[in-house]
Structures are given as C-alpha cells and as structure tokens.
Design a protein around this ligand. Structure first.
Ligand SMILES: Cc1cc2nc3c(=O)[nH]c(=O)nc-3n(C[C@H](O)[C@H](O)[C@H](O)COP(=O)(O)OP(=O)(O)OC[C@H]3O[C@@H](n4cnc5c(N)ncnc54)[C@H](O)[C@@H]3O)c2cc1C
Length: 457
C-alpha cells in the first residue's frame, strides 16, 4: 500500500504533533506516524521553556531572560538556531529567538484552550508550581488543573496535601514537610500545612494503584462524589483553604472535576506536578492528537519507519511497518521528530550513539562525534547530579531551516527537517526546557517544510 502526502512527520510526541498541526493548518496534506508512546506522554504535562542555565542554581524569572542568555552563550542550542535564519540581521538574533519562542508557546496555549489539557500561565513569566515532592520548579505554562491559585501568596492559607491509599507515587506527609522546609530555606513566610490519606479504590482495587487507574476511575461521577465526601471531612477538620492532590483528577473530565470538587468541599483543589506514568502528560498527548486530526492530518499509530530511499539530495520515500502491514509513504518533505532515548530516535550500543532511521550524524553536547562515543562515556556514575547526564545533550545538528547536517556542514538532503529532543545541544533535565524546545523547533521545522513544499514544483 502506498500513501502520498505533502509532508510526512515521523514521531508523534510534542515536536511531531506541533509540526503536524502547523503543516496541516498551513494547507499541507500531512501524515504523521508514531511507533509507540512518547516522552511527551511521560512528562509532567507542564510546559518548561527555560528554567535554568546549565550549572546555575537560581532560576530565570522570565523565559525571555533565559532565552536571551541562551542565544548569547550557546549559539548551537536549538533555540538559538532560529536566530540564524536568512532574514535575521546579527543584531536581531536574540530578538528573533525570543519572538519565535513566544509565538510558538502562545500558539500552543491557544490551540489547547478548551481541551482536556487547557493551559494557564503566560510567556512573560516563569511560575513555580508545586511538585509531588513538595518542592517547586520553574516552568512557563501549567495545565489548568495544576493551578495552585493563591496558596503561595495568601497569608491565611492552609494547604492540605491529600494522598491516595495504595498509590505509591505520593507521600503527603513528606511533601508537606518539604514544602515548609523549602519555604523557610527560600526566606518565605511559613504557612499552615496538613496532610491526609483518602481511600479511592479504582474498580475495587486499592493496592499499588497507578495514577492513570485512579484518573480513569475519577472520570465517573460517583467516584468523584465519594472523593469529595472524604476530602470535605479533612478540609473542615483542619480549615484547609487549598487541597493538593497527586495528578489524578481525570483523563477526560479533569477540568470539570476540579471545578466540581472546589464547589463540593469549599476549598481550591489542584494537582501537583508528578512523575511517569503521567496523567497530565497523557492528557497533553491525547489533546494534541485530536487537534491534529481536526486540522485534517492523518495519524498512523503503531507504525515504525524502518527504511528509506534517498536519491541525490532528496529523500524519496520511507517504509513504515505495522503489525499487519508495510506501507510506502511518498512525501515531498519530511519532519524527523523521533525523540531521544525514550522515543527511540537515538540508540546507544558498543559502537556509539546513533540516529535510528537514517543513520544521520550525531554529536555530543561538546560537539564531538557521538557516533564514536560509547554511551557509558557520556554518563556520570551518579544518576542525579546538578550538571545532569551529558548523554541527554547528544543528537543531531541542524542548519537554520532545521535540516540535519553532516560533517561538512551541508544538509543531508534538502527535504528533511528535524525537531524536538532528537536535536543536540541542550539538556532538558538541567535547563528545564524540554517541551519548550519541542514546541519551538516543531513549529520552526514545520514553517521551513511549508516553504519548501510550496516552492517545489
Ligand atoms: C520523565 C520525564 C519527565 C519530563 N517532564 C517534563 C516537564 O515537566 N516539562 C517539560 O517541558 N519537559 C519534560 N520532559 C521532557 C519532554 O518530555 C521531552 O523533551 C519532550 O517530550 C520531547 O518531545 P519529542 O516530540 O521531541 O519526543 P518524544 O515525545 O519522545 O516523541 C518521539 C516520538 O517518535 C516516535 N518514534 C521514534 N522512532 C520512530 C520510528 N522509527 N517510526 C515512527 N515513530 C517513531 C515515538 O514513538 C514517539 O511518538 C520530561 C521528560 C521525561 C522523560
């Protein structure tokens, strides 16, 4: 079976879906294939643009401040790449980087408005939502359900951390303690906190239950009523003004559940930022897929691109494999958004770190060849360090149109663009920039692909 398209996007995480939606809305007949789940669906579901400079301990107050530093200090960072477009003069590089990022992030927020992953926040400032550890982290946009309201500013607030019995990801007592300790460490006034544990038994199961099981359960009205009844007792007992829950408010009805709970218990309710498996990450993934389909895109889930035909400076077609079939997809242009090690865009073995589909040149964060670098040489012995793991900075280098380049600095082919975490030159876990880079580079790669397709005969 053959499919013809203007654009084929390979990879269905944030970068691929943003590229696919922009292209489909821009008038391209767009097909998107993804073989499995993405890092996007495992993320906390908050959109980090830029939180820290590598090795810095103070977060950036605004994304603009962070992007200005990145564009000045790291010319090969994926954010900086947009500054080298043909129409940008050297003195306007920083402005171009900030503008493109602002445009992409606002585009994302507007597109997700009214969906199951509605976002709040603004490009003009970083915010500090609370995590399930009781710490805060700088991010740009959070899902509406994670909005802690005025808990951090209100002097008379009492924050109740409410855990779920049998849900091992969240310890409310420990989160409450860390929250208070952190406030004191940052010189903020102390606050009243409390903690409790609620019994929720998704489909009769109350042992080792995952956030996703609980969220599915809470999409049913009776389950939410039961949660409200139990929560109200604790809220009344401690006089809580705000209730912090792990991210479990529902897959389909989270926003509505948040509003209903607030009404029933008389306190603000919000989700803490959590770890995988992630309910908000999954909401983000599902919402973007819906938008892509609505824009006219064709989504092929469970299809892995396994081979390709390249002729001269053009990628001619790729072959995708699904359990029951193989399909040849001929497109005028392609976006590679296959992610890093979780998405499987990159793999490491005894030879080095490779790009999995086309065998494109890979580099380390220091711009040595990653193709000859053993994965163990790009990792620290200690798993969590303030410098992060260097292996996360490996990936592809691209030209200002986001086309992967080779050793000689020339693009591999003219009609392949790359976006997201398959790119080199940034370390999302240190910088807190993961989904922001995916949005901005996905948006930019799609713009380049649209221009390319519209120019070819
Ligand atoms: C645990 C965790 C928590 C995180 N938390 C945050 C956070 O709170 N905020 C934030 O901003 N960032 C966060 N990040 C980072 C962020 O999730 C990633 O940077 C971002 O999701 C990368 O998006 P992507 O589209 O580039 O790649 P991915 O989301 O990984 O998508 C890659 C896609 O490519 C597909 N694919 C791969 N190979 C093929 C093939 N051969 N054929 C077809 N399809 C293929 C995969 O199936 C997948 O769909 C987190 C990351 C992790 C791992």
């Amino acid at each position: 079976m053959d499919i013809e398209a203007d654009l084929l996007v390979i990879g269905g995480g944030m970068a691929g879906l943003v590229a696919g939606i922009v292209a489909a809305e821009g008038g391209l007949e767009t097909v998107l294939v993804r073989k499995g789940q993405s890092a996007t669906a495992y993320s906390s579901g908050a959109i980090d643009v830029i939180g820290y400079l590598p090795e810095a301990s103070e977060p950036f107050i605004t994304p603009e401040e962070g992007l200005t530093a990145i564009a000045g200090l790291y010319p090969l960072h994926p954010y900086s790449v947009v500054g080298y477009a043909e129409n940008v003069t050297p003195e306007k590089v920083v402005d171009a980087v900030v503008e493109r990022s602002r445009e992409s992030v606002n585009w994302l927020r507007n597109h997700l408005d009214g969906t199951i992953a509605t976002l709040v926040g603004d490009f003009s400032t970083n915010i500090l939502p609370i995590t399930i550890l009781g710490t805060t982290k700088p991010t740009c946009l959070i899902q509406k359900t994670m909005d802690p309201g005025d808990v951090q500013e209100r002097e008379d607030s009492t924050l109740l951390f409410a855990g779920i019995m049998g849900h091992p990801d969240f310890y409310p007592a420990s989160a409450a303690k860390t929250y208070l300790e952190d406030r004191i460490a940052f010189g903020l006034p102390s606050r009243k906190v409390a903690h409790c544990t609620i019994q929720v038994a998704p489909f009769g199961n109350s042992v080792n239950v995952s956030g996703i099981e609980i969220a599915r359960h809470l999409d049913h009205d009776e389950a939410l009523d039961d949660l409200a009844e139990q929560l109200k007792e604790h809220v009344d007992k401690v006089g809580a003004t705000h209730v912090a829950l792990p991210p479990i408010l529902g897959l389909k009805n989270a926003v509505r559940n948040q509003t209903n709970l607030k009404q029933e218990i008389g306190a603000d309710v919000f989700e803490l930022l959590g770890f995988p498996p992630s309910v908000p990450g999954l909401r983000l993934q599902l919402a973007l897929e819906r938008i892509f389909r609505k824009a006219g895109g064709r989504l092929l889930i469970g299809h892995e691109v396994i081979s390709f035909l390249k002729k001269d400076d053009q990628l001619k077609h790729v072959t995708g494999r699904a359990p029951q079939r193989e399909i040849k997809i001929n497109a005028k242009a392609y976006v590679l958004a296959t992610g890093k090690f979780i998405g499987n865009g990159l793999v490491g073995d005894e030879r080095g770190i490779r790009e999995t589909i086309f065998g494109l040149m890979t580099v380390t964060g220091s711009y040595y060849s990653a193709g000859d670098t053993l994965p163990s040489k790009a990792t620290n012995r200690v798993s969590i360090t303030s410098e992060g793991q260097p292996i996360y900075s490996t990936g592809l280098t691209v030209d200002p149109q986001f086309r992967p380049i080779q050793e000689d600095g020339v693009e591999w082919v003219k009609n392949l663009f790359a976006a997201g975490s398959v790119l080199a030159g940034y370390n999302y876990s240190v910088e807190k920039s993961g989904l922001g880079v995916a949005v901005t580079s996905g948006f930019s790669a799609a713009m380049s692909a649209i221009s390319y397709v519209k120019e070819v005969p």
